[in-house]
Write a protein that binds this ligand. Structure first.
Ligand SMILES: Nc1ncnc2c1ncn2[C@@H]1O[C@H](COP(=O)(O)OP(=O)(O)OP(=O)(O)O)[C@@H](O)[C@H]1O
Ligand SMILES: [Mg+2]
Length: 256
C-alpha cells in the first residue's frame, strides 16, 4: 500500500508490459527489453543510445547511459554512470564492464531519448495524476526536473532541480505550442490512469516521467506508482502543491 492508499508496483518491467497493451499509449513508450548480452548488441545497433536501469530502481540510482560514439573514425562503445564515462572498443569487453556494475540484479535496456536541455542541462517532466474525489482520473500537477550539469538523471535525490514547466518550455516553443503540449500531457496522464484502472491494478496516484526530444514528442520514461507530492512544494506558486495535497488527503480517506 502507498502511504495514502492505493497499490504500488515497483517492477518497471511489469508496469511497462501492461501499458504496452494500450494501442493509444504504446507508441509513446521507448522500446524496453531485459538486459542481456544479445539485447545490448541489438538495442545499441538499433538506437545508438540506450539507458540501462534497474528493474526496481529509485531516485535514479544505478541508471547508466550507453552509446555508440565515433572518435577519429573509430567506432567506440561508451557508457556513463553518474558523471564517469568508460569507453571500450570491443562490444564483449563493453558488456563485461557494464555487467560488473549490474552483478546478478535484474536490469532493463530502454531506447534512449535525447532529452531537451535547459542551460545545457538535461530536463524531463513529471506529470502527477490522481483519482479525484469524484472517482475520475485527473492530472493535478506538472513540473520539470533539471539534471545537475553533466548528469544523466534528473531525480531530486540526485541533485535534480524542480523547475516550472513554462520556464523550461519557453526557449523551445511559442506559447500556442506550449499550451498544446500541456493539454496533450494532461490527457496522456489521464489516459494512463484510466488504462491502469481498467486493468484493476488498484493505483490511485501516478507520477509519469516524460522525456521530450527535439521533435517535442512526449516519451513515457517511467510511471511511478508512489509519486512524491512534495516536489510541487518547490515551486513559488503553491497552487499545484495545494491541489495535489488536497487530492491526496481525500484519497487517504477513501474506502477503496
Ligand atoms: N530512456 C531514457 N531516455 C532518456 N532519459 C532517461 C531514460 N530512462 C531514464 N532516463 C533518465 O533517468 C531518470 C531516472 O530513470 P527512471 O525514472 O526510469 O528510474 P528511477 O528514477 O530510478 O525510478 P523512480 O522514479 O521510481 O525513483 C529519468 O528521470 C530520466 O531523467
Ligand atoms: Mg523516475
Amino acid at each position: 500500500m502507498g502511504r495514502s492508499g492505493g497499490s504500488t508496483l515497483t517492477s518497471k518491467w511489469i508496469k511497462t508490459k501492461v501499458l504496452m497493451r494500450s494501442t493509444a499509449i504504446s507508441p509513446l513508450i521507448p522500446e524496453t527489453v531485459r538486459f542481456s548480452r544479445e539485447n545490448l548488441k541489438k538495442m545499441l545497433q538499433k538506437y545508438k543510445m540506450v539507458y540501462i536501469k534497474p528493474e526496481r530502481g529509485t531516485y535514479g540510482n544505478g541508471v547508466m547511459r550507453a552509446e555508440v560514439v565515433t572518435e577519429s573514425g573509430r567506432t567506440l562503445y561508451q557508457y556513463q554512470r553518474d558523471t564517469k564515462k568508460t569507453k571500450k572498443s570491443d562490444i564483449e569487453a563493453f558488456y563485461l564492464s557494464l555487467k560488473k556494475h549490474i552483478g546478478s540484479r535484474s536490469y532493463l535496456i530502454q531506447k534512449g531519448i535525447v532529452l531537451l536541455k535547459h542551460q545545457d542541462r538535461r530536463f524531463d517532466l513529471r506529470v502527477m495524476v490522481q483519482l479525484s474525489p469524484k472517482g475520475t482520473w485527473e492530472t493535478t500537477g506538472m513540473i520539470g526536473r533539471v539534471a545537475q550539469s553533466g548528469k544523466i538523471v534528473t531525480n531530486y535525490h540526485n541533485g535534480g532541480k524542480p523547475t516550472s514547466i513554462e520556464k523550461l518550455l519557453s526557449p523551445h516553443m511559442n506559447s500556442a505550442r506550449q499550451a498544446e503540449l500541456i493539454r496533450r500531457l494532461k490527457k496522456l496522464g489521464e489516459d494512463i490512469g484510466r488504462f491502469y484502472h481498467k486493468k484493476n491494478l488498484g493505483f490511485k496516484q501516478l507520477g509519469v516521467d516524460v522525456g521530450l526530444d527535439r521533435t517535442l514528442t512526449p516519451w513515457i520514461i517511467e510511471v511511478n506508482t508512489n509519486p512524491d507530492p512534495y516536489i510541487f512544494n518547490q515551486l513559488k506558486d503553491k497552487s499545484m502543491y495545494r491541489k495535489v495535497m488536497a487530492y491526496r488527503r481525500a484519497l487517504g480517506k477513501r474506502k477503496s
